[in-house]
Design a protein. Sequence first.
Length: 248
Amino acid sequence: MDSLYVVVAAGAMTAGFVQGLSGFGFGMVAMSFWAWTVDPKLAAAMAVFGALTGQLLAAFTVRRGFALGRLLPFIAGGLVGIPLGVRLLPHLDPLLFKALIGGLLAIWCPIMLFAARLPRIAVGGRLADAAVGAVGGIMGGIGGFTGVIPTLWCTLRGFDRDVQRAVIQNFNLSMLIVTMASYVFTGLVTREMLPLFAVIVPAMLVPTLWGTRVYVGISDLAFRRVVLGLLTVSGLALLASSLPGLLA
């Protein structure tokens, strides 16, 4: 049991810094630690709880680039997607899900990272943004991965770093509040989980605040590289944790 607390704390510390720096990614990074030793349903609940805590911290420390008109379509779509993700969670093969998400990130993000010029998507408008938000909501209901697809989408939209972070940060915050409430309402969060939740908060507090301070000092290009690099590493970690089980 002691080793479990160490793993949970290490995952929360690393994921907290990443979320403070990039505005997203807690669930992906934490899962790369927790997937090896923590039951998938417990890990999903902890990932949502930790991501929500980190977003609340970040919301009070980084508030640049907020534009309600850009944000609302993502939130509207996400609110539709979350119940679908929550309903899928008990019936989902967690290894297959992680492998699919990891494969997407491990292939697509390096292409974007090393491209001289990224293609920019200007079509679809708010309807496309809402559809992307719905996908983020479904992934949030499954395990706190609300920011993955919306982050890739905002990068392809060509948003500058402050606008992109504001959209993702506030979208994630909205989705995670609803997802956590859904977990509690449906009984996915139990009293037995509370001691591990209590480990996550102090472990991630300082790293999250440190990450927000680092963010303030970096350029748009550096931010894009950080985001895509983190997504690539997270994808590889998810593949490494899921493929052995799928191939066994």
